[in-house]
Design a protein around this ligand. Structure first.
Ligand code: URA
Length: 274
């Protein structure tokens, strides 16, 4: 503290602490960021609060946030169990509907499972439903979805006949915020089973979130897009390509040129697979 500056009474730490107590503050700050939408993070919060036990937290006998009954690991294991027990796409959809381990479900109006031709060979995987998808219960029906359909129509492919589309998350993050890694991890067992049950000959990852979730990489979409990679499905190696998200192309239309090259590469690969 600069000794030449008189301590402002309002900024005196003891006064501030008194002020916080009068305001009802009963928790210390944690050492890392807290995602308040993520119920499971409560475990970490409480551990940190207990470790940092202060005058403030000693005031209350009980922590303000009650520890949840399950840990994140248990929630993921439950998702894996439910996913593995599903033997058809309909059963998987029912399993997701019955799953309460992701707090996004509470704020969403609908569970968004999939759209398109379930008998086609190509699976597109986006990030999460937006407002329109949440309202209708179908993926990619808003402005970005309409651009997605136009992009594929440019290489003579329609959702009705030629591809099937799902998302990493079946629930809309509030305000269309980017999903957290924890939210993606909780929902990934369902997506992996979705891929197994659909059994695609090719997977297209739409945008950076689905690319990093499924490929388990930190590399940005700008570097990943347009590259053919492989997704392991048992013994099979499925060709997989990340492309720019149409929502990004709506904001940055000059990247449509690269996407056109990616679409031509997809079309050419389909010709070789068939
Ligand atoms: N963006 C996505 O990633 N998925 C949708 O379903 C809609 C918008």
């Amino acid at each position: 503290m600069n000794k030449n500056v008189a301590v402002d009474r309002d900024l005196d730490p003891a006064n501030m602490l008194k002020w916080y107590i009068e305001c009802g503050v009963n928790e210390t700050i944690s050492n890392s960021e807290i995602n308040w939408f993520e119920e499971n993070n409560n475990i970490v919060i409480n551990q940190q609060v207990n470790e940092n036990t202060s005058i403030i937290s000693k005031r209350s006998q009980k922590p303000a946030v009650q520890p949840p009954l399950t840990t994140n690991k248990e929630i993921i294991e439950n998702a894996e169990k439910l996913a593995a027990a599903s033997t058809t796409l309909d059963e998987l959809k029912a399993a997701i509907l019955s799953f309460d381990g992701c707090s996004l479900k509470k704020t969403a109006s609908n569970t968004v499972f999939s759209d398109g031709n379930p008998k086609s060979d190509i699976m597109l995987i986006g990030e999460a439903p937006g407002a329109e998808e949440d309202r209708t219960g179908k993926p990619f029906v808003g402005e970005a979805g309409q651009l997605l359909d136009k992009m594929f129509a440019a290489v003579n492919m329609t959702r009705k006949d030629d591809f099937y589309v799902a998302n990493v998350l079946p629930w809309r993050p509030p305000g269309n915020r980017k999903p957290t890694e924890a939210e993606c991890n909780v929902c990934l067992p369902f997506l992996r089973r979705h891929i197994e049950l659909f059994d695609p000959k090719m997977i297209i990852l739409i945008g950076g979130t689905s690319a990093s979730a499924l490929l388990n990489v930190q590399t940005g979409i700008t570097k990943l897009r347009g590259k053919w990679l492989e997704y392991s499905l048992g013994e099979q190696k499925i060709p997989i390509m990340p492309i720019f998200h149409p929502a990004y192309l709506l904001r940055q239309p000059h990247f449509k040129k690269q996407t056109w090259h990616d679409l031509l590469s997809i079309k050419e690969k389909i010709g070789r697979i068939d």
